[in-house]
Design a protein around this ligand. Structure first.
Ligand SMILES: [Zn+2]
Length: 177
């Protein structure tokens, strides 16, 4: 009798362990989906400028839509502005919001236009990006949520930040205009 009672309580303990593991996995998976929802992509987050996927596609065209709404990345050294040195303002290619000044642009050697800070802190929003097995900080236009690129902590002074931006997410406005 004693033997069988202890066997039963052993089974009971392993059942409890299984329930614990299942519920922990459940809450962890909730945590993951929560982070996915927090991504900007323009799908879930509210922005002052909101459009349907079809409206964005019509407005931006395929290549720009793929980067700005689907978080694509243009190939290095292929964009319009990685080696662009004129004086002026870079605005959001989707909504025209002023994002970066040529005064903070520098040659990072990466093949993407790089800036050490946005024109105004509020102009650019940030989100956590865990795609491709990396943890990066994604940056987007604060007005329309359009994906711009990422910010890394290896930039020059005075901020030490590198805003690594897709050319196709930007439009340059000459200072003379
Ligand atoms: Zn925008």
């Amino acid at each position: 009798m004693e033997h069988s009672a202890s066997q039963q309580s052993g089974r009971h303990r392993s059942m409890l362990a299984i329930v614990f593991i299942i519920s922990t996995a459940f809450f962890l998976s909730l945590g993951c989906s929560g982070q996915t929802d927090a991504k900007p992509a323009g799908h879930n987050k509210e922005f002052p400028v909101m459009k349907s996927a079809q409206e964005w596609k019509d407005l931006l065209g395929d290549a720009r839509y793929r980067v700005m709404r689907l978080h694509g990345t243009e190939r290095a050294f292929t964009g319009e502005y990685h080696d662009h040195k004129a004086t002026g303002i870079y605005v959001c290619a989707a909504c025209g919001k002023k994002l970066f000044s040529s005064a903070t642009k520098y040659d990072s050697g990466t093949g993407w236009p790089s800036f050490y800070e946005p024109i105004q802190e509020e102009a650019v929003g940030e989100s956590r990006d865990e795609s491709y097995g990396m943890v990066r900080t994604e940056v987007h236009c604060a007005r329309c949520g359009g994906h711009l690129g990422h910010v890394f902590p290896d930039g020059p002074e005075p901020t030490g930040l590198r805003y690594c931006i897709n050319s196709i997410s930007l439009k340059f406005e000459d200072a003379k205009d």
